[in-house]
Design a protein around this ligand. Structure first.
Ligand SMILES: [Zn+2]
Length: 624
């Protein structure tokens, strides 16, 4: 998971941004001012070790077969990863958790009216792509943690299915009460769609990949190009992670063998209505048959027909039934003990489980993490002794709801709140620009790291290249000025899009999420086509950005592990809080102005004068 992050968790994130271990003194200097020559030597040795060939080999091995939670190859991969850590000199073990992970037993989508059509719900083998044919081991296309159900109802198109879309539907006189909704992917995290739909009275939810999102409107589709083919489906969890992440049966505690478990009927994080993802090939006949008002211009996708809203005449039968059993997770946990402060832990993680073969998500990041582990192990053999303890975690069950990281952190919460210094996460990696999100107390620190990493294609630092991109993309002169003149590039706040969630949002451990991307577009996310063939044809095909990620994260780990004073900087944090305050004031003023203007237009009779008496009233396009 990674593509869509929730940015509305600001208050939570803000608390965590401030997090630093209480016992540590804080420096206002960037790292470079207090690193010694000896530390610099170790760092350049470290950065010379990661090899693109190794990254390629790890990816080929880890993505060779489907490896979702509960599959034989998920366990096999975890054991293989464990052996590598041991071979590289780490003290490593596997921690198991038993968690609720529903898999489909029955899936049916058929259109009953105005004509009959049965959705295929299958992703076909692509000739030339050797792993796309492993159908016996692939998870069917579905949304995990959807409620079971059997419903028949008229269909309504709800755009992205976010709250504003329902305001618009109301103005158009369209209700979803008793209807099955069809939403396109995008615009929010997918779990929001069935949640908001159910709140408005919908009885079922279909989520489809419009070709205007990551399909043919963007470019050639797989296997000719990187974009989503007609039958490609985005799997994904729809667990209500606004309540809690991790195993639905064990909120707040590790899902160990004898943990106290909620009965399934008391679990609050499942959807209220049955929910299933569709390819655009399957969605097309359903949408094409809809009548009722035209969808507002901004709601129309790239399929070749007029987008209507319904309800009906399309009538859909949706039936879902899952196996609600427990599956075992395999978290690989490895450590190098600290020499001077063993009870201060620098944590680094990436997940290893995937929806299917998952070459991009997550293996592109997992491979980098492994190559860092090999490099750090190599340095230990050469005499490097980290001041603090370094812990590398390779998580299982991320895709289902950050489960492996959440359960491990819950199980070790007391120790982590005492000992964790910082957590560095990565997930999918691609080609292009360096990105970082995280706690603003680490903003200056990660800028310092990025200044020391070379962009493999441009031979300038990855920091310089990101800065150039920001100058070019700036929306306002003010943004451009800041990109040029501010000492550090701003980092975004983290939501709950990957395994940092439990650390930053629950335990208050300062966290970073890092990676490369922006030149690696595609439409294989969470489908069977996210595989070695796709990655080695369309993404970081030479693995040089995988090497850059390994160099970046390993440098960050080494600096945090060896710094005499931890490199937290609270002036960047304060600056960010100040900016949030300004943004809120601006937002308030804009909303007030907008309401005043609307009141005035109502008084002037603007809407009465301009509404078309032959149409249902729609607010003007600037407000859609
Ligand atoms: Zn991922």
């Amino acid at each position: 998971m990674h593509r869509w992050q929730i940015s509305v968790l600001l208050p939570l994130a803000a608390v965590a941004l401030f997090a630093a271990p209480a016992q540590e003194p804080v420096t206002l200097q960037g790292f470079s001012s207090n690193s010694t020559g000896k530390e610099r030597d170790w760092e350049s040795k470290l950065r010379s070790i990661p090899s693109p060939d190794n990254l390629r080999n790890y990816m080929q091995r880890l993505s060779a077969r489907p490896h979702h939670v509960g599959s034989p190859y998920d366990k096999d991969n975890a054991e293989w990863i464990l052996s590598r850590f041991k071979e590289w000199g780490w003290d490593a073990h596997i921690e198991n958790f038993d968690v609720l992970f529903p898999t489909p037993k029955e899936r049916l989508v058929e259109m009953l009216e105005p004509t009959h059509f049965k959705a295929k719900l299958e992703e076909p083998t692509v000739p030339g792509d050797p792993t796309s044919g492993q159908h016996d081991e692939q998870l069917p296309t579905y949304n995990a943690y959807s409620a079971d159900g059997d419903v028949t109802a008229p269909l309504v198109y709800v755009n992205y299915g976010v709250p504003q879309d329902y305001e618009q539907l109301e103005r158009l006189g369209v209700s979803v009460k008793g209807a099955i909704i069809i939403a396109r992917y995008g615009g929010s995290w997918r779990g929001i769609k069935p949640k908001v739909g159910a709140e408005h009275g919908a009885v079922g939810c279909l989520i489809y990949s419009d070709p205007g999102g990551d399909g043919y409107q963007e470019g050639d589709v797989f296997p000719r190009g990187p974009f989503r083919p007609p039958d490609g489906v985005q799997r994904g969890s729809v667990m209500d992670d606004t309540l809690y992440t991790g195993d639905p049966l064990t909120p707040g505690v590790g899902a160990t063998k004898d943990a106290k478990r909620l009965p399934l009927k008391d679990v609050q994080t499942l959807t209220k209505i049955p929910t299933l993802p569709l390819s655009y090939a399957d969605a097309q006949p359903l949408l094409a048959a809809l009548k009722g008002p035209m969808a507002p211009a901004a709601w129309r996708g790239a399929l070749p027909f007029p987008y209507h809203l319904g309800p009906g005449p399309t009538k859909v039968h949706l039936k879902l039934k899952a196996n609600w059993d427990l599956k075992t997770l395999y978290d690989v946990i490895a450590r190098i003990g600290g020499n001077e402060s063993p009870d201060e832990w620098v944590l680094r993680g990436n997940h290893h489980d995937a929806w299917v073969n998952g070459a991009e998500d997550p293996v592109s990041g997992t491979a980098a993490e492994l190559e860092e582990a090999r490099a750090l192990g190599e340095l230990v053999k050469q005499g490097w002794k980290p001041r603090r303890t370094v812990i590398y975690a390779v998580w299982d069950g991320e895709e289902q709801g950050l489960i492996g990281s959440t359960e491990w952190a819950e199980e070790h919460a007391d120790e982590l709140t005492q000992k964790a210094v910082a957590y560095i996460n990565s997930d999918s990696n691609g080609r292009g620009y360096f990105f970082a999100g995280g706690s603003h107390s680490l903003e200056k620190f990660i800028n310092g790291v990025a200044r020391d990493i070379d962009d493999p294609e441009k031979k300038i630092s990855v920091w310089k290249r990101s800065q150039a991109r920001r100058i070019e993309d700036a929306a306002t002169p003010e943004e451009r000025r800041e990109a040029r003149d501010r000492a550090d590039l701003r980092i975004g706040a983290l939501g709950s899009g990957s395994d940092y969630g439990v650390f930053v949002d629950h335990l208050g451990v300062a966290s970073l999420d890092v990676g490369y991307g922006g030149e690696d577009g595609g439409g294989i996310y969470h489908s069977i086509y996210d595989d070695f063939y796709w990655y080695t044809h369309f993404s970081d095909t030479t693995f040089v950005y995988g090497r850059a990620l390994a160099q970046t994260a390993a440098t960050a780990v080494m600096r945090l592990a060896d710094a005499e004073l931890l490199p937290f900087d609270f002036s960047n944090f304060a600056d960010t809080m100040h900016r949030y305050g300004d943004d809120l004031k601006k937002l308030l003023k804009a909303k007030q102005d907008e309401v005043r203007e609307l009141d005035r237009e109502i008084e002037e009779g603007v809407f009465t004068a301009t509404s078309d008496p032959q149409k249902t009233p729609v607010r003007r396009s600037r407000r859609t």
